[in-house]
Design a protein around this ligand. Structure first.
Ligand SMILES: Nc1ncnc2c1ncn2[C@@H]1O[C@H](COP(=O)(O)OP(=O)(O)O)[C@@H](O)[C@H]1O
Ligand SMILES: N[C@@H](CCC(=O)OP(=O)(O)O)C(=O)O
Length: 385
């Protein structure tokens, strides 16, 4: 340990949270001999189960597939295709490692950044992840390395974790790595490096602190962790960086005490999401609703149910952004992402939610537009054009 690492991070209290994304880097899952190790994963699995006992939800973003593949094939080769092949080989063992350590069933979810840039896929991934959490499973997300060639590098689970955190509306992004947090310089090379316990804003100066590169096993180093924290903060989500092989740090975290780096959200999460909904381009589709539904939306913040729908205008697909207007179509009341395409919605309009399946032969949920996917419009935005 050098002088920088001898200076401890002060302990700080984390804001209360209910849903977290926990990202675990390869640096913690490798056994140091070219394969997967169990020790750190076991401690983090215990942390996940303590969080669950506290009534909280956790989604795991786990790296380690390439490390596992290397272990299987005793291979140290480089190059994109080789690493992609190793990731494919190592995916199942990485998941098996976690399944052997947690009590919940684990669910494998491979995503690419491209998937999440496409709105329809984004919403499908969101629906699947919400459902997995509701089922009490542990979703384990990893980048779909076979198809991920972004910026000519393989994988960046830090940034992916931030996108997933916004996707599932998490309160906090917990990033476990092999250092205590961000230091003012590379902790192994800069003897003057000091802990940075809190970052209000990720300025170019802060990014420069992280330029020392990744560890031997990791991919992005602190740069991608700070990029992820920037994304999370903009979406109203806090980020905590901590060391995933220190038992005292992990124990403290289960009591909401952080010995690492905290990057607070900018503004409120709901506000950020509602801003996103407000500014997503409309599809041109419109749903007319009756007075009772209008009141439920405005006064109780309710989801829109099929029973309140009196008319459907325009052709739109499932997941399209549509306007919700009053029954006569004169005033826009709200807008949101619809769960049913226009032709299906016409068939269930005015019906009770429990009839959806018998009418359509399937159902995408009991609401036409879920409250989390809807934003109410004020009088200034109400005029129909
Ligand atoms: N300023 C810094 N503070 C802390 N760590 C840094 C800094 N700059 C670079 N690093 C490197 O970032 C590494 C963590 O990132 P990385 O190797 O990608 O791990 P992971 O596999 O957990 O994503 C540290 O081990 C350290 O080598
Ligand atoms: N998807 C790759 C990991 C990519 C990655 O971001 O790695 P890391 O910096 O260790 O979190 C894998 O499973 O090996």
């Amino acid at each position: 340990m050098n002088a920088a690492m001898a200076v401890p991070f002060p302990e700080q209290t984390l804001p209360n949270w209910r849903r977290a994304v926990l990202k675990v880097g390869s640096s913690l899952l490798s056994d140091g001999r070219g394969g997967l190790g169990k020790r750190n994963a076991a401690a983090l699995a215990r942390l996940i189960s303590r969080f669950r006992d506290q009534g909280r939800e956790v989604l795991l973003v786990s790296s380690g597939a390439v490390a596992a593949g290397r272990g299987l094939m005793a291979d140290h080769g480089g190059g994109l295709a080789r690493r992609q092949a190793l990731a494919a080989l190592g995916q199942a063992p990485m998941l098996a490692l976690w399944q052997g350590l947690v009590e919940q069933p684990v669910a494998k979810v491979l995503l690419s950044h491209d998937d999440l840039r496409n709105r329809r896929r984004y919403l499908n991934a969101q629906a699947t992840l919400r459902e997995l959490l509701a089922l009490g499973a542990l979703p384990i997300v990893n980048e779909n390395d076979t198809v991920a060639v972004d910026e000519l590098k393989l994988g960046d689970n830090d940034n992916l974790a931030a996108v997933v955190a916004t996707l599932i509306d998490a309160d906090i992004l917990l990033i476990a790595t092999d250092t205590d947090g961000l230091y003012t310089g590379h902790p192994e090379h800069d003897p003057d490096a000091r802990p940075v316990p809190r970052i209000e804003s990720i300025t170019p100066g802060v990014m420069r602190m992280a330029q020392g590169g990744a560890g031997t096993l990791g991919t992005g180093g602190m740069v991608t962790k700070l990029e992820a924290a920037t994304k999370a903060a903009a979406a109203g989500i806090d980020t905590a960086l901590f060391c995933g092989h220190r038992m005292d740090t992990i124990d403290a975290l289960s009591a909401d005490r952080l010995r690492g780096t905290f990057i607070p959200a900018h503004g409120e999460r709901l506000v950020a999401r509602k801003m996103w909904l407000r500014h997503t381009p409309p599809s041109g589709g419109r749903i007319r609703i009756d007075e009772g539904a209008a009141q439920a939306l405005a006064e109780r913040g309710a989801s829109l149910l099929p029973g309140g729908v009196v008319g459907v205008e325009g052709d739109f697909n499932c997941s399209a952004m549509v306007d919700i207007t009053c029954a006569e179509g004169r005033r826009r009341l709200a807008r949101g992402l619809v769960q049913y395409q226009s032709t299906d919605l016409e068939r269930i309009a005015g019906r009770h939610s429990r009839e959806i399946e018998s009418v359509l032969g399937f159902h995408n949920g009991r609401s036409v537009i879920h409250r989390d996917d809807m934003v109410l419009l004020d009088a200034a935005a109400a005029a129909v054009h």
